[in-house]
Design a protein around this ligand. Structure first.
Ligand code: GDP
Length: 421
């Protein structure tokens, strides 16, 4: 890990995640190769002429099984890492502009906006290598059916599907070549309006536990609603120190009024109070970097070339810069959080596997050494016993010859006598 740090520091925030991911994938490929070699080595030992005896064969079989399990574990982890994404979840009341802000970040009209309550399930956007976008309905009874997606209307129809509820998700796979953000493995999730029902616990379990950053899209024309606050309080109970950004959206409306400065000040105070005192998720200094006043509508219009802002409209230019500042801080926080949390559990498991493999190989080496020593000891003992036996045999022969000697002479004399006669 330390070995990775210098180059990663220089990388742009989102590239850092991609670099760690690719290094982790390389390391796991090497680990899988080593494990497979160990597995092969152990499985060939079973047929080794010196491995005899049920106990020894059983030991080799058990070790081979353990290493085979590590191979599949490491392959599973590699697969999980390859699918790891940085996840941003957008929450807020219906019509506050969640879909609009997501489209602005994607720089394309991917999600339908302005449809009010019709979106009653989660909808996420992820990058796809394919040239055409497609969607996948993942509901309790759906098995991830792929559907073509050529127009926003199709997506609207999919989101209105009666079968889908707040536990379901419509996953839009959008060509990476269209959106830079998607090229960096970012997943953007749009949620049903916080005001529509009270499935919040279920939502958090299903869609939020692996979120790196939450964006509360608030309406700057009104104050934060109790439902919005309650939802994030539950999030903060379930996830320790969640990263929450507050977008005071629709700022193009109050910004033009005489009261703008006062309204802004009030929003800042209330949002800070919410993040620092109520949620206790950040300190005051960090909270200042988590609250923004933007116009998602202007941002999306500008970025999709529907409407450019006038350079003499200072307030619009200010909102443009504020949206850019929000994106920069959000992506920095996203990548830092994702690098810290998305791989650590798996890398830790990989380290455990390497340690266990080393331990096993040491044990095998020790067992082989003990076995060899035992063989040598047996050989020496055998050699000694044989030598003793040989000595004993010679002694016996001598004894036998000693006792049989006179008899032999007598017998030989008798034979000579007979012959002479
Ligand atoms: P969602 O339900 O939270 O996803 O809200 P949408 O993104 O669908 O937006 C609801 C409506 O508000 C749409 O008609 C948008 O064009 C409009 N809207 C979104 N953001 C802004 C904004 O910053 N300013 C203004 N004036 N209108 C906005």
């Amino acid at each position: 890990h330390e070995h990775m740090l210098p180059s990663l520091h220089e990388a742009r925030p989102l590239e850092r995640f991609a670099q760690v991911k690719s290094k982790a994938l390389n390391i796991f490929s090497t680990l899988i190769d080593s494990l497979k070699q160990s597995e092969h080595f152990l499985s060939t030992q079973r047929r080794h002429p010196k491995i005899k005896g049920d106990l020894l064969i059983q030991l080799v079989d058990d070790n081979t099984k353990v290493v085979s399990e590590w191979v599949s574990q490491a392959a599973g982890i590699k697969d999980i890492i390859s699918r790891r994404q940085m996840k941003i979840v957008f929450f807020g009341r219906t019509s506050n502009g969640k879909s609009t802000c997501i489209n602005a970040m994607l720089r394309e009209q991917v999600l339908p906006s302005g449809f009010g309550h019709t979106t009653c399930c989660f909808c996420s956007v992820v990058g796809s290598e394919e040239r055409e976008g497609y969607m996948e309905l993942v509901g309790p009874s759906d098995k991830g059916e792929k559907l073509p997606l050529t127009s926003v209307d199709q997506l609207v129809n999919a989101l209105q599907d009666d079968k889908l509820d707040a536990g379901s998700i419509v996953r839009v796979h959008w060509p990476k070549e269209h959106c830079e953000l998607l090229r960096y493995d970012v997943e953007l999730v749009d949620s049903p309006g916080i005001d529509i029902d009270d499935y919040t616990d279920d939502w958090i379990d299903k869609h939020c536990l692996d979120a790196d950053v939450f964006v509360l899209v608030a309406n700057s024309e009104s104050t934060l609603m109790r439902a919005e606050k309650r939802f994030f309080s539950t999030v903060a109970e379930r996830l320790s120190s969640p990263n929450i950004f507050v977008l005071n959206n629709r700022w193009d409306m109050p910004a033009a009024t005489k009261e703008a400065a006062k309204i802004r000040h009030q929003h800042i105070e209330r949002c800070q109070e919410f993040l620092v005192k109520e949620l206790k998720s950040v300190d005051l200094f960090t909270a200042k970097e988590r609250i923004y006043f933007v116009s998602g509508k202007e941002a999306v219009e500008r970025r999709t070339s529907v409407k450019q802002i006038s350079s003499v409209d200072n307030l619009a230019v200010e909102r443009k810069f504020e949206f850019e500042r929000f994106e920069l801080k959000l992506l920095e926080c996203l990548s830092t959080s994702a690098v810290r949390t998305k791989f650590s559990k798996h890398i830790q498991k990989g380290v455990e596997v390497v340690d266990s493999l080393e331990q096993l190989m040491r044990e095998i080496e020790q067992q082989a050494e003990d076995h060899l020593k035992a063989l040598l000891r047996d050989q020496t003992e055998c050699r000694e016993s044989l030598r003793l036996m040989e000595e004993r045999r010679l002694e016996l022969i001598q004894v036998q010859e000693g006792e049989a000697g006179p008899l032999l002479i007598q017998a030989r004399n008798i034979v000579c006598d007979i012959c002479r006669r």
